[in-house]
Design a protein around this ligand. Structure first.
Ligand code: SF4
Ligand code: SF4
Length: 98
């Protein structure tokens, strides 16, 4: 489902998504141990240090890659979909990263 706001999400600031197409079997195995592999993506907990209280602390000067990450765009939808089955586990794990 297409989200209408980022409220209570911040998922794209808490994980790293990597395409696994072309990766070696060893690399895919590695990412499956430190994260979750779903389809052609690996989702790895990796909380951005600029995320404070689930909000970007440098929002006005955030990197272009963050600025260009479109709410409701394909990457946003894919991320939310990828996290749907493992959201609690992944977010809990990410939250544990200082
Ligand atoms: S852009 Fe998408 S994934 Fe990122 S916080 Fe907003 S709704 Fe969540
Ligand atoms: S810089 Fe801000 S928008 Fe970009 S990942 Fe970090 S917290 Fe999220």
């Amino acid at each position: 489902m297409k989200p209408e706001s980022c409220d209570a999400c911040a998922a794209c600031c808490k994980v790293l998504m990597l395409g696994i197409t072309g990766m070696s079997g060893e690399d895919v195995q590695y990412f499956s141990t430190v994260g979750t592999v779903q389809g052609c993506m690996a989702v790895v907990p990796m909380r951005c240090k600029q995320l404070k209280d689930d909000k970007c602390s440098i929002y006005d000067t955030r990197p272009k890659k963050c600025h260009d990450f479109a709410l409701g765009g394909p990457a946003c939808i894919a991320l939310r979909h990828a996290l749907q089955l493992t959201l609690q586990e992944t977010i809990n794990s990410a939250a544990g990263i200082k």
